[in-house]
Design a protein around this ligand. Structure first.
Ligand SMILES: NC(=O)c1ccc[n+]([C@@H]2O[C@H](COP(=O)([O-])OP(=O)(O)OC[C@H]3O[C@@H](n4cnc5c(N)ncnc54)[C@H](O)[C@@H]3O)[C@@H](O)[C@H]2O)c1
Length: 416
C-alpha cells in the first residue's frame, strides 16, 4: 500500500489548484488534501468541495493557519512577494514545502530561507516545473549522453506572446515590481534554471539589456478610451479585452473572474469594471516587454536568452550547440531535432511525449509525481530543491541589476 502524503495549501489560486488537481490524478492514496488557507472565502468554498476538505480546516488568516502543523506537506501558492515569509513560517512549524517560483527577488531573503531550511532539515522543492516536462527532459538526456559532444553555446528564446504579455505583464498580477518580481524572474526564472541544468554549471557573469518599449501612454492610439468598454477601437484593436477573453476564449479568462462556471455574463461584468478591461496603453505597468540577457558559465559555456512580448504565440525555442552536433527544441512548432554532425537527424514530435491536457508541457503533472517519490522514497534523480533553484534567482537578480545599469557585466556572488 502507498504511503499517503497529507497536504495543506496556502494560496488557493490558479497554481495552488493546479498542483492539488494533479495530486489527486495520481490516485487518492498518494496525496490527501486536508487543509486550505486563502484570503478569499469563495476560493476556499470551491476548493473545499473539489478536494473534500472539512469546513473546520479552512482558514482566511495565515496566523491562525500556522498555529499548528496540519499535514506533511505545505503548498505555498500565493503571489510572488509572500513566498519567503510563508515558507519561513511553514518550516518553523515543521512542514516539507512545495513553493511556487519565483522564490524571491531579494538576495538576503533567499539566503535567510536557505539557512532556515538547512537548520530545520525540512525539504523545500521549488516549482521549476519545466525540469519535469518530457520535452526538456529529452534534451537534457541528449546533452548528458554526450551525443552532441561538449556544449559550447545555448540560445534560448522565450516567446511570451502579445496576448500573454497584455494579460499578465500589462493588465495583470505581474505588471509592476511594486507587487511582483521583475519579469526576468517572474517569467524567465524557468529559462535561467533550464540553462544552469543544461550547462551543468553555475553562472559566472551576466549582462542584460531591456526596457518597456510599447505598452505605455505615448503609444495609445489617438482618441482611445481608458477602458475597452467604450473605446472607439473596439473590434479593431488586437488587445480588445472583450474580443480576447470572450470571443477568442483566451486561457487568461480563468483569472478575469472568480465565478465558476465561467459565463459570458461574469466575464463582461469583470471586464466592464476590473483590471483586465483596461486599455493596455493606460495601465500602471512598469515591467519590461523585451529583454536580452547574455551569460557565461563557470565551465566556459555561453548562453543568451531573449524574452519578448512581440510574438504571435507563446513557447520556447532552444538551440544547443555542441562540438559534435546540435539540438533544436521548438515549442512553437512542437518539435525537437537532434542533429549529430554528418549523421541523420532524429525528429521527435513533442505531442508524442505528452498528454496535451497537462500544463507546462507535462511539467505540472511531472513535478507532483516526482515529489511523491522524493518524499516517500527519497528517490528522484531530478528534484528542484531550494539550494539548486536559488542559482537561477541569483542570475535573475543580477540580470535585473545589469539591465537597470545599462547592461553592465555583473559577476555572480555564489556565497550562500
Ligand atoms: N510554476 C509556474 O510555472 C508558475 C506559473 C504561473 C504562476 N506562477 C507563480 O505562482 C504564484 C501564484 O500565481 P497564481 O496565478 O496562482 O495567483 P492567484 O492570484 O490565482 O493565486 C494566489 C492566491 O493567494 C491568495 N493569497 C495571497 N496572499 C495570501 C495570504 N497571506 N494568505 C492566504 N492566501 C493568500 C490569494 O487570495 C489568491 O487566491 C505566483 O507567485 C506566480 O508567479 C508560477
Amino acid at each position: 500500500m502507498n504511503k499517503t502524503i497529507t497536504v495543506s495549501c496556502i494560496g488557493v489560486g490558479q497554481r495552488g489548484n493546479i498542483y492539488m488537481t494533479e495530486m489527486l490524478k495520481l490516485g487518492k492514496d498518494k496525496y490527501k488534501i486536508v487543509s486550505l488557507c486563502d484570503l478569499k472565502t469563495e476560493r476556499l468554498e470551491l476548493a473545499k468541495n473539489n478536494y473534500g476538505v472539512l469546513g473546520s480546516n479552512l482558514f482566511t488568516d495565515e496566523d491562525e493557519f500556522f498555529k499548528e502543523k496540519r499535514s506533511d506537506l505545505l503548498i505555498v501558492g500565493t503571489n510572488d512577494q509572500d513566498h519567503v515569509r510563508l515558507c519561513l513560517k511553514g518550516l518553523k512549524v515543521g512542514y516539507d514545502i512545495l513553493c511556487e517560483k519565483p522564490i524571491s527577488d531579494k538576495e538576503d531573503e533567499l539566503k535567510e530561507l536557505l539557512k532556515v531550511q538547512q537548520e530545520t532539515g525540512h525539504k523545500v522543492v521549488i516549482c521549476h516545473v519545466l525540469r519535469y516536462a518530457p520535452a526538456f527532459m529529452t534534451i537534457k538526456e541528449y546533452v548528458d549522453s554526450g551525443v552532441i559532444g561538449q556544449v559550447v553555446m545555448i540560445d534560448d528564446i522565450e516567446n511570451v506572446g502579445y496576448s500573454h504579455q497584455a494579460h499578465s505583464y500589462v493588465r495583470g498580477n505581474w505588471r509592476t515590481t511594486k507587487e511582483a518580481a521583475p519579469m526576468i524572474l517572474a517569467k524567465c526564472c524557468h529559462d535561467l534554471d533550464l540553462l544552469v541544468w543544461l550547462a551543468n554549471s553555475k553562472c559566472e557573469s551576466i549582462s542584460s539589456l531591456g526596457d518597456l518599449r510599447y505598452f505605455k501612454k505615448e503609444n495609445q492610439p489617438v482618441g482611445a478610451s481608458s477602458r475597452c468598454k467604450d473605446c472607439k477601437y473596439r473590434g479593431s484593436c488586437v488587445f480588445d479585452a472583450y474580443e480576447l477573453y470572450i470571443k477568442q476564449n483566451f486561457w487568461g479568462r480563468v483569472a478575469v473572474t472568480d465565478k465558476r462556471p465561467i459565463t459570458e455574463e461574469a466575464l463582461r461584468e469583470s471586464l466592464d469594471n476590473g483590471p483586465y478591461g483596461r486599455c493596455v496603453f493606460e495601465c500602471d505597468n512598469d515591467v519590461v516587454d523585451n529583454q536580452i540577457t547574455m551569460m557565461r558559465f563557470k565551465n566556459g559555456i555561453t548562453a543568451n536568452l531573449r524574452m519578448t512580448a512581440f510574438t504571435a504565440c507563446g513557447g520556447r525555442i532552444m538551440k544547443i550547440y555542441g562540438t559534435y552536433g546540435q539540438i533544436d527544441l521548438d515549442e512553437t512548432r512542437g518539435v525537437i531535432e537532434l542533429k549529430p554532425f554528418g549523421k541523420e537527424k532524429t525528429v521527435t514530435q513533442i505531442s508524442s511525449l505528452i498528454d496535451a491536457t497537462n500544463g507546462h508541457g507535462g511539467g505540472d503533472h511531472g513535478i507532483v509525481e516526482s515529489l511523491y517519490d522524493f518524499l516517500t522514497k527519497e528517490q528522484s534523480k531530478n528534484i528542484s530543491l531550494l539550494d539548486v533553484s536559488i542559482e537561477s534567482h541569483l542570475m535573475g537578480i543580477a540580470a535585473e541589476k545589469s539591465r537597470i545599469h545599462g547592461g553592465e557585466r555583473i559577476v555572480i556572488n555564489h556565497d550562500k
